[in-house]
Design a protein around this ligand. Structure first.
Ligand code: 5AD
Ligand code: SF4
Length: 452
């Protein structure tokens, strides 16, 4: 059976972080601009892009099983492109091990997909894992469609080299997109329907650029500018590194209404000894001091973090300090992972690797502590009045789902549309969501701006 050439339909499957989701959306826009249509639900696509993640697990192994599953009953295979961080890290190996893969494209090269598809349709197998200086962002098509919440990548790459992490190798050096291009993309997203924009970067708070007056500015200045876009009601940013948390950005949390009271600031561990081995270049104390300064300007801020348990050499006493830190902060939510040795990173060859069952047990205890914190944070929201940005319909008739300013899921019954900001009183709280009751007769529709 002939395999597919000159694809007419596509599907992009993204795994991993929000930046991959963003890249997946941009790839989809690029393919649509080439006249290739998104495959309908349940329909086989001629072209499948697997937009992979390499941060944890045996992600590469998962890619091979995903590739195997793409083979159809009639023996044909779609045109398969492997994109994302596994492509960057293990491109050559994928080409050797998986003959059905015709394209391997790294996260900084996917703007070249149209040429690659032409070459693959002509029978070639092509790999592009360059990290070109001329950025993909200059050539990608302009944004035309958006839901009420949108992602906008403002910064990529990482120079921090935490000893467990592949990102500096797969995404390359820290790079900030230019100020004017970001303001332009944000405006287009808003015209296309976005009411909330989340600024993305592996080190988003390391973003730096030049404003229209030629001044060197940081992320808070960009946020201030975006907050002036009419109709854009909410701005968020993620992920931040403690060392790039400037006073200017902290102050912005007290001054810009559109900047939501939520901060995702990974700490990874509660033991200074482990933090040092991780090359985090901050301590528990310096991390807590940052949170104190943020709370001073924005007392209701919801805090979020990332944790790794079972880093090489982590003892039970180290781990106890992580549990203490979680309770000391009172997180609104957290992500927590067992340590996963990544090929090529310094930690992968460190002695004292922690056994899997010990890691699993620590993860369970950590997640119990995080859930307790999250439930307490949610319970403290009962009685508050806040706006909910409506994202979709709920399961019940007349039910709507959306997010509070503190990024909690809220459901309510009432009159609304997707994209509305509906003022509700929070009446009850569960571990993962809140129930609200609308208190204003008139939801604020897209024409009324809630920007600062
Ligand atoms: N093992 C486990 N977790 C990891 N992370 C990054 N690298 C690893 C790894 N090798 C986690 C960190 C990071 C988040 C995005 O993923 O907590 O903040
Ligand atoms: Fe990875 Fe550390 Fe960079 Fe975050 S700061 S992307 S954990 S190396």
């Amino acid at each position: 059976m002939q395999d597919i050439k000159n694809p007419r339909t596509y599907r992009v499957k993204s795994f991993g972080c929000q930046m991959n989701v963003y890249d997946g959306e941009r790839m989809a826009e690029l393919l649509s601009a080439q006249g290739i249509a998104p495959a309908a639900d349940g329909q086989d696509a001629d072209l499948v892009v697997l937009n992979t993640c390499h941060i944890r697990e045996r992600a590469a192994e998962k890619v091979y099983s995903d590739i195997g599953r793409l083979k159809r009953d009639d023996g044909t295979t779609p045109l398969i492109a492997v994109a994302g961080c596994v492509a960057q890290a293990e491109g050559e190996e994928i080409m050797t091990r998986a003959p059905s893969v015709k394209m391997v494209v790294g996260p900084q090269a996917y703007h070249r997909l149209p040429e690659m598809i032409r070459a693959a349709s002509a029978g070639e197998r092509v790999t592009d894992t360059d990290m070109p200086a001329q950025t993909k962002f200059d050539v990608l098509p302009r944004r035309r469609r958006s839901g009420p919440t949108a992602f906008l990548t403002v910064q990529e790459g990482c120079d921090k080299f935490c000893t467990y992490c592949v990102v500096p190798y797969t995404r390359g050096a820290e790079f900030s997109r230019p100020y004017a291009a970001l303001v332009d993309e944000a405006q287009r997203l808003v015209e296309a329907g976005a009411r909330e924009i989340t600024l993305l970067g592996q080190n988003v708070n390391a973003w730096a650029g030049e404003n229209a007056a030629g001044q060197r500015v940081g992320l808070e200045r960009l946020i201030r500018e975006l907050a002036c876009i009419p109709v854009l009601a909410r701005i968020r940013y993620t992920t931040s590194h403690p060392n790039d948390m400037t006073q200017g950005l902290i102050d912005a949390h007290g001054e810009i209404d559109a900047l939501m009271p939520f901060l995702h600031l990974p700490v990874q561990a509660g033991s200074d000894r482990v933090l040092k081995a991780m090359n985090r270049s901050h301590t528990v104390e310096s991390y807590l001091a940052i949170l104190e300064r943020v709370r001073a300007v924005r007392p209701d801020i919801a805090l979020s973090g990332d944790f790794i348990v079972g880093f090489p050499g982590e003892t039970e006493a180290d781990f106890q300090q992580t549990l203490q830190l979680v309770d000391a902060v009172g997180y609104a939510q957290c992500f927590s992972f067992t340590y996963s040795p990544r090929p090529g990173t310094p930690a992968a060859t460190m002695g004292d690797q922690v056994p899997g069952d010990v890691m699993a047990d620590r993860l369970q205890r950590l997640q119990a502590a995080i859930n307790r914190n999250q439930h307490a944070f949610n319970a403290a929201s009962v009685g508050k009045v806040c706006d909910v940005l409506v994202e979709r319909r709920g399961k019940l008739a007349g039910q709507w789902l959306g997010k509070s300013p503190w990024l909690q899921s809220v459901h309510f019954l009432g009159d609304a549309q997707i994209g509305d900001l509906v003022r509700v009183e929070i009446v009850s709280a569960g571990p993962n969501s809140l129930a609200g009751v609308p208190i204003a007769a008139q939801p604020s529709r897209a024409q009324s701006s809630a920007a600062a």
